[in-house]
Write a protein that binds this ligand. Structure first.
Ligand code: SF4
Ligand code: SF4
Length: 443
């Protein structure tokens, strides 16, 4: 495929000239969440606030602190909350999705920059969509929670003018093979040397920051694999550009995520293996819904379409990345067959899927014996497992950690559940009373 043959078919792409591009610093509400237009350049992401509490809206109910896994949110003198330091915030956005007042706002948004690039005929815009987005985007268009809209996501990205609809599921498959192979090596070596056991998964940026910040001694336990999108970015700018006859300098990669922490990940200085920034922009499910609505596209009536060749194909295993236990299940399937040389009669290892907490499972692999694994959902639970590994009392081989309870389907960039706002009238009343009480305290 050459650049001439693939360039934005005029009949397919929408005319975005009428869609407003807000200036840096503008605040706009996207799917109920306020967001500041800001596309950080080469900045240390550890210094950035990706979320922040608006003191003018905060009623001091404490729901955000309750859901914060690290204690990054603290009370101020009047009872309202704020994030004390970005270095201890894992950017998970659980405070944001659980605030009944919409007081937690996003502080980094690439939406304007992405719109500008889509309008620019000299930029080749590539989409890289995560599995969990396609189970949530439909909610923003009136569909029941959990409706799969993967085919419509491909169709809408094409109509918005993305030049290549590539897909994170492609590199999720790569991750499974790489992570499974690494696990095999560690198991065969008995966890000796610089590749100790247990091996932790490495695809969740909230978990990686948590490990680096609070358990740096456990970094050798992290899989050396990058996350799927951190693999797809450089592949798009090297292999993908080469295969499509595109000048890599013109390629602009857009990571589309259920997540806020992925904005942090995209800015990490080491994400530059292609010789330039591997991930140019990261937007989340809410922001994609906003763009679709602004472009006036009737999402629900779109047909199902496929992703584009080269970096858009995937197996069914990749979809599992969207839920807690999914990475583990996919890697276990691979490791089982690689160790035993046998095909799993039932490839669905549902025992490792979990909604919350810690789920430990032992899988008997012919020719090896039991492979002991754990799936951890939420960073408070992760801390308990880390303490065991640090103390040398863990007998596990492989541990999956996802920051958001239930996994990426409940990520901080997903549509906010209306019931959180609706079910909390009593809480709201109590919070208002508490705030007034706090403000009246003397001395
Ligand atoms: S984004 Fe996550 S870690 Fe940061 S303040 Fe909110 S809940 Fe806490
Ligand atoms: S669990 Fe998924 S959505 Fe949540 S921080 Fe990790 S990668 Fe992002």
């Amino acid at each position: 495929m050459t650049e001439e043959t693939r360039k934005r078919p005029a009949t397919r792409a929408m005319d975005l000239s009428g869609v407003r591009v807000d200036p840096p610093g503008a605040v706009r509400t996207m799917e109920g969440i306020r967001n500041t237009v800001y596309s950080p350049g080469a900045t240390d992401p550890n210094t950035l606030y990706f979320v922040e509490v608006d003191p003018a809206v905060c009623q001091g109910c404490g729901e955000c602190s309750h859901h914060c896994p690290t204690g990054a949110i603290q009370e101020t003198g009047d009872g309202t909350r704020h994030i004390v330091d970005p270095s201890v915030c894992m950017n998970c956005g659980q405070c944001l999705t659980h605030c009944p007042y919409g007081a937690v706002t996003e502080r980094v948004s690439y939406v304007s920059e992405v719109l500008e690039k889509l309008k620019d005929p000299d930029t080749v815009v590539v989409s890289m969509t995560a599995p969990a987005v396609r189970y949530a985007l439909g909610e923003c268009f009136g569909m029941p929670t959990g409706t799969w809209v993967g085919g419509k996501v491909h169709a809408v990205l094409r109509r918005l003018g993305f030049d290549y609809i590539w897909d994170n599921e492609w590199t999720a498959d790569v991750t499974i093979m790489e992570e499974g192979t690494e696990l095999l090596e560690r198991v065969k070596n008995g966890g000796k040397g610089d590749k100790p056991l247990p091996q932790f998964t490495s695809c969740c940026p909230g978990w990686i920051k948590f490990c680096e910040t609070f358990y740096p001694d456990l970094i050798p336990h992290l899989s050396t694999c990058k996350s799927p999108v951190a693999m797809l970015g450089p592949l798009a700018k090297t292999y993908g550009a080469q295969q499509t006859g595109t000048d890599p300098k013109k390629v602009y990669t857009v990571s589309i995520m259920p997540c806020i922490a992925k904005k942090y990940e995209g800015l990490r200085p080491e994400m530059a293996d292609s010789g330039r920034r591997d991930i140019d922009a990261t937007i989340n499910t809410r922001e994609l819904a906003y763009i679709i609505k602004k472009a006036g596209i009737s999402f629900a009536s779109l047909p199902d379409e496929e992703a584009d060749p080269i970096l858009g194909m995937a197996t069914g295993a990749a979809t599992l990345f969207g839920t807690s236990g999914g990475v583990m299940e996919a890697a276990l399937r691979f490791a089982y067959e690689a160790i035993s040389g046998k095909t799993l009669a039932d490839p669905s290892i549902k025992a490792v899927r979990t909604g919350k907490g810690i789920n430990k499972v032992s899988v008997d692999v012919p020719g090896f014996g039991p492979v002991r694994v754990a799936v951890v959902s939420g960073l408070q639970e992760a801390a308990r497992v880390c303490e065991e590994v640090r103390a040398g009392t863990s007998d596990l081989h492989f541990i999956e950690v996802m920051t958001c309870p239930g996994g990426c389907v409940n990520g901080g960039g997903q549509p906010v559940d209306d019931s959180i706002m609706e079910a909390s009238l009593f809480k709201k009343m109590m919070a208002t009373v508490n705030k007034r009480f706090n403000m009246r305290q003397v001395g």
